[in-house]
Ligand binder design. Sequence first.
Ligand SMILES: NC(=O)C1=CN([C@@H]2O[C@H](COP(=O)(O)OP(=O)(O)OC[C@H]3O[C@@H](n4cnc5c(N)ncnc54)[C@H](O)[C@@H]3O)[C@@H](O)[C@H]2O)C=CC1
Ligand SMILES: Nc1nc(=O)c2c([nH]1)NC[C@@H]1CN(c3ccc(C(=O)N[C@@H](CCC(=O)O)C(=O)O)cc3)CN21
Length: 322
Amino acid sequence: MTLAPLVAGAAGRPTLSFELFPPRSETGRDSLWRRLSDLLGSNPDFVSVTFGAAGATRGPSRDLLAHVLTTSAVPAMAHLTCVGSSRRQVVELATEFLDAGVRNVLALRGDPPAGVPDWTPHPDGVATARDLVELLQVADRRRLALRGGSRPLDEGPLSLAVAAFPRARDHHELAVLRAKQDAGARFAICQVTFSAQEYAAFVRRARAAGITIPLLPGVAVSDDPRRLERIGELTGVRAPRGLLAALDTDDAPTRRRAATAFTSGLAHGLLEAGAPGLHLYTFNAAAPALDLLDHLDLTRPATHPRPAAAVEATAAAGGSTR
Ligand SMILES: NC(=O)C1=CN([C@@H]2O[C@H](COP(=O)(O)OP(=O)(O)OC[C@H]3O[C@@H](n4cnc5c(N)ncnc54)[C@H](O)[C@@H]3O)[C@@H](O)[C@H]2O)C=CC1
Ligand SMILES: Nc1nc(=O)c2c([nH]1)NC[C@@H]1CN(c3ccc(C(=O)N[C@@H](CCC(=O)O)C(=O)O)cc3)CN21
């Protein structure tokens, strides 16, 4: 399933996507599989799976993507990063994910690993997301050529997305996004934002700079203030003090209501500003994302065809394939 037309509005409704990170442990994996089935059950347009700094979660990220691709009909997007890798390593990495059935990739430069003071980037490595956008297309073409040049019928074209930064005010950052678009990115997922005005102003600046691809805003839907603090440390985008204060309570239902009151206000503002949809940073929790969907009345009809593996598994279990 190619996501670019969906994000560009082909479905006639806002696009909805969930961002997940791979579990750290076996126990984490079992509990994630359960929460995942609630999230996938709401029929998002796609889920995306993060890739730890400098490839630290390569195996777990690939396994989580393969799990989504084989057990659900929801398209999955891999985040892949290039910082610290040689061109050859990037092509190998891309081929591994393409072999696992991934056709949608968020091409990111990537964060340097935390707490590794003597870390240095690869000397002849791929330094920017723009170069990664190009190299991923090379890897896909090379893989196709090695298989005799014809694509299996169920293998769609490679579809690439990149990151965008609503906070960025200088022309250089817009030129970088423009270069990623010109290299072949079909849409951008925005860094977390807590302000619809900030997003709207960014979209205006981007359009004036010749950026025409859809710019999907990113919304952190957590009801856990520690998560929001952590994302603030990681990205420099701090949650509003009022939101953190409202979440500063041990009463879980109060926290959940406060989170949904905030995210639904923000989501309304973003959609009113013309956003093509919402990319929800879920932190692997189902409830805050599903509460928001209820609140927005964004219930989704089941539109994705089921993958053969899931249909066979259901049929083997004596169940319905619908
Ligand atoms: N994992 C995720 O979901 C997300 C991660 N990020 C992170 O944000 C950071 C930035 O990533 P991207 O936007 O993918 O990287 P990018 O390669 O587009 O930009 C990275 C930096 O390099 C500079 N740069 C890029 N091309 C340049 C050029 N030709 N000449 C001079 N400077 C250039 C940019 O100004 C920017 O400051 C990374 O750490 C990335 O992993 C951001 C959003 C989402
Ligand atoms: N610069 C940057 N790097 C990213 O990886 C990134 C962004 N920005 N922006 C959007 C999303 C948000 N991301 C996040 C945000 C928070 C955690 C987080 O809370 N991580 C926990 C560990 C999670 C776990 O494995 O249990 C942490 O303590 O760091 C992870 C990814 C990934 N993305």
